[in-house]
Design a binder for this molecule. Sequence first.
Ligand code: SF4
Length: 455
Amino acid sequence: MSNLSIFKIGIGPSSSHTLGPMIASNLFCELLINKNLLDITHTIKCTLYGSLSLTGKGHLSDKALMWGLSGITPKMATPKIQQEVLDLVLDNKILNLHSCKKITFDYEKNIEFCNDFLPLHENGLEFFALNSNNEILLQERYYSIGGGFVKTEQEMQQNDDKETQKLDISINNAKELILEAKKRKKNLSKISMAYERQFHSKSHIVEYCLSMWQVMQESFKSGCNPSSLELPGPLKLHRRAKELSERIKPSTDPFGILDYVSLYAIAIAEENAGGGRVVTAPTNGACAVIPSVMLYLKNHSVGFSDETAVDFLLSAMMIGSLYKKNASISGAEAGCQAEIGSASSMAAAAMVSVLGGNIDQACSAAEIAMEHHLGLTCDPAFGLVQIPCIERNAFGAIKAISAARMAMNRKSHPVVSLDNVIATMYQTGKDMNSKYRETALGGLAKTLSKSKSVC
Ligand code: SF4
């Protein structure tokens, strides 16, 4: 399975809670069409379960359902189109199903929030298509498993993430990655390119990576020039990137570079929190870690070209695929260690690779970056991807840079392998109390809402 889709264009604020439900709604519409049921569908009912219910409103999961059922895909979504859909549903109780059939849709009655968890994943959702006699025409259950990836119940049971087809280069874990890279005398970015060439042409891979890099840079620029200085939601959080970008200047201050890395991360994470266009890397919540390290290299080192950006993204996606195959990239499933931690690990390995490090050093950097995110909880205040998420992206980027440097300067053999730390992260996530896995029932989410200390 190609790893390119670890990076995809997504709308904020959450890949699992906004993008995933939107894609699931698109898929349900396609299923209705394939089964020739669209014409006789009178209405659609949807139920959000578990974490999607508990933090769904803050993450716009309910709105994502209405956008997706209306045939809006993440690529097409603009603020104007999104608002038109909401106006039609909320003012008139009408939804234009798949942009081709107007059905009745009452937000209060047709979207149900159920705090129970479905058995196969923390983020479950279910759709029912009903005819005019209120009889069920079609029912399907989906799981939003993180990073905008969506699976049906059947696909979850098949667990099809690991390679099942016979490939020349098959990589399911870090051990196999290192063996393949050494056998073929390639570094991380080159082995990732060789792996992707089994699925796509070289020009497609390069174009895809460059288009992601383009959107990453655009989201930084938009984050520095927002139309409003206040983020949506009850926190009324002030956007800081614009003023920060005007204030910080190149200087001889030895800490100055840290300010720039923070600026890159805050700008992009604020853009995501405001519902803007970002690249899932590997998720929306953690979307700023990887581009911040890339912008750091581009703006504060010599020789970072488009070719380097492609190598960086290829390296990062290979490491991300190991987390996806063997653990999780979902905060609801394994806490923030699975989101910011995975992003930091991906960025650290990619930085080593583009700076000339070998496969062992790249995997060591990935391991170090994750090792120091182990146990990190997901407790978004008010269920919004704002506190602690925005600043956490900056720390993820800074840790990635530090991990890359440590791995490249190291002379001794690391004791902990990348596979060890991936397994530990997943086990830690599974052992973590569900209050700290994107339910907004514990941690900052609880203390902030109690004190009503809303900045
Ligand atoms: S705390 Fe981390 S995992 Fe949770 S929503 Fe924020 S960025 Fe995502």
